[in-house]
Design a protein around this ligand. Structure first.
Ligand code: ACM
Ligand code: ZN
Length: 565
């Protein structure tokens, strides 16, 4: 009897293995439609066949997959295995949709364009042992469960932002960021390239932007804004390097959206070309955090020439439909605005019939925004701006990025503008993940645990019928207090996984319990990639996995960094 019981439980175990329960399917973001069947497909030695009509980038993506399989399994895909993995073109699928069918004797992958193939591959990789994400041979059960998947995203715009101005991230570090975005099926990289604390892009017509504006004389020590380490800090991306990032992202279905933040957050440019400010300076690249009151002079034609010249070079590098033109935090509530006491700005306000009063500065900002928008529209591009650009009167066709909570996005949609939701209470990944701040590496403040990111519903609060104006969701990662990749990744992950489900999954497919159960596999994947993450959601607060560097180690890291010049 005992023997029979053991046999029976062994049989049940086998059955359980061959047909994983849905909760064992740990792909993030969870695909839309998944049907798991019996059995599995042996990956080692499988053949790969590709529809001859596939485009070059899709073929390249499949090539990267084949290389990853060969590396991790130690065996090339040479057709000596159990069947064929076929990548076929299916024009009936939407550009980001894909179909995967795994049977015991073959795998069929269908998509109509690069993004669909990239996402199909990422789903397949997540169904494999986590070592597929590593760069060495690993002993593992190299099989895919039999399954049928038809998948597509909820939102078209699935973004992640990075600030290389407060702290600079090399080209290699930026590519790694894009690699992680690829795993979680994101398709927009918002690159915030200019700030009071550093100008980060080469502009051939204005060399002082990088000779002067890319460097500051020191950085705030820890969180003491009145301190300064006195160490020159900076860096910038050459135009070739930016092109390299654009191409690297494009191969992974990601569009890079560059941001030139204007007319505020411009002190690095003013330090380089002081004639662009209301007072003529002198100005210095900021060594403090926060936002300077010094902004571009709205009444000086030279400023518009400068902006058009910069944007002309920028759009030659970045083919994105959208260019982000910033527009946030031009005015500090308590402080006087330089525009108020500038004769050139006063003359322009008179010409525009802007009446003095608290709204005047918003109307003047509207003028700056519209000039830049008209220029970019004439070049076939559209603008995105932070939600401040909605104050006063915004010209048609601009897209709002809602960051001061959800209100900007809700108001924008009600007025007929498109919006991207990046509400700080849910989507600012520089906030602390736990409330035990003394155990955490620095955050800017706030409290944004994983479950809160996951809970965000982009349609909440919208007037009925305007949902179509919400293009999507993005999280922002500002780096005032983040100086190393291990800290950057700690802030990013696993919150980025929660973001991915907000962006990708239909409302009824979201399930925090299922998501949480999938995280252990994602942590193994990140381990294989050598990417750091926070375990706050498992009660392990802080950088235990990759302890913070000592001051000496940090100095060594900074001195060795490829700063990009
Ligand atoms: C912002 O966080 N100032 C857009
Ligand atoms: Zn002025």
């Amino acid at each position: 009897m005992k023997k029979l019981t053991i046999l029976l439980s062994a049989l049940l175990a086998v059955l359980a293995c061959s047909k994983p329960a849905p909760q064992e399917f740990h792909v993030i973001p969870m695909p839309d439609d998944v049907t798991i069947a019996d059995g599995s497909f042996k990956l080692t030695g499988a053949d790969i066949s590709i529809d001859e009509n596939l485009d070059e980038l899709s073929i390249k993506a499949i090539g990267r997959f084949a290389d990853a399989v060969a590396t991790a399994t130690g065996k090339p895909l040479d057709g000596k295995g159990s069947g064929t993995i076929h990548f076929g073109l299916n024009p009936n699928l939407a550009a980001e949709q894909y179909f995967v069918e795994v049977k015991k004797d073959g795998v069929n992958v269908e998509a109509s364009a690069l993004n669909g193939f990239v996402y199909a591959i990422e789903t397949i990789k997540q169904m494999l042992p986590a070592a597929i994400y590593g760069n060495k041979k690993a002993k593992a059960d190299w099989v895919l469960p039999c399954v049928t998947i038809l998948d597509q995203p909820r939102f078209d715009y699935r973004g992640m932002h990075l600030d290389p101005c407060r702290h600079f991230w090399s080209i290699e570090e930026t590519k790694r960021y894009l690699d992680v975005m690829t795993v979680y099926k994101m398709n927009r990289f918002h690159w915030h390239l200019t700030e009071d604390q550093g100008w980060r892009i080469e502009v051939k017509k204005y060399p002082k932007l990088t000779q002067v504006g890319a460097w500051r004389d020191g950085t705030v020590i820890r969180k003491d804004w009145d301190s300064n380490d006195g160490i020159r800090y900076g860096g910038y991306y050459t135009q070739d390097q930016m092109r390299e990032i654009v191409a690297y992202a494009a191969e992974r279905g990601i569009t890079v959206i560059p941001e030139i933040d204007l007319p505020g957050h411009m002190v690095a440019a003013l330090a380089s070309y002081p004639e662009l400010g209301c007072t003529g300076g002198p100005y210095k690249v900021w060594t403090r955090w926060g936002v300077s009151n010094d902004i571009l002079c709205a009444g000086n034609e030279q400023v518009y020439t400068f902006l058009e010249d910069v944007l002309t070079e920028l759009i030659d590098i970045f083919p994105s439909e959208y260019i982000h033109i910033g527009g946030d935090e031009c005015f500090n509530k308590e402080d006087p605005v330089p525009w108020d006491s500038c004769p050139k700005c006063a003359a322009l306000m008179r010409k525009l019939h802007i009446q003095p009063g608290p709204q005047a500065k918003h109307y003047l900002q509207n003028y700056v925004t519209e000039r830049v928008q008209t220029f970019l529209n004439s070049k076939g591009r559209k603008v995105i701006g932070w939600d401040e650009i909605l104050q006063g009167k915004l010209a048609d066709g601009a897209t709002i990025m809602s960051w001061r909570g959800v209100d900007g996005g809700i108001a924008a949609a009600a007025k007929g503008f498109d919006a991207i939701m990046t509400p700080n209470g849910y989507m600012y990944f520089d906030y602390y993940q736990s409330q035990e701040r003394d155990k955490e590496p620095f955050g800017i403040g706030g409290h944004l645990p994983l479950a809160k990111v996951y809970s965000y519903e982009p349609y909440d609060g919208l007037a009925p019928g305007v949902e179509g104006h919400i293009l999507g969701v993005q999280a922002n990662l500002w780096t005032e207090y983040i100086a190393t990749p291990e800290h950057l990744e700690y802030m990013l992950l696993p919150r980025m996984c929660a973001l991915a489900e907000v962006q990708w999954c239909a409302r009824d497919k979201k399930d925090y319990k299922r998501f949480d159960a999938s995280l252990d596999h994602t942590f193994e994947m990140l381990d294989a990639m050598g990417v750091n993450y926070s375990l706050d959601c498992r009660g392990l607060i802080g950088l235990e996995r990759k302890p913070a560097r000592s001051d000496a180690e940090l100095e060594e890291y900074l001195s060795k960094k490829d700063w990009g010049w």
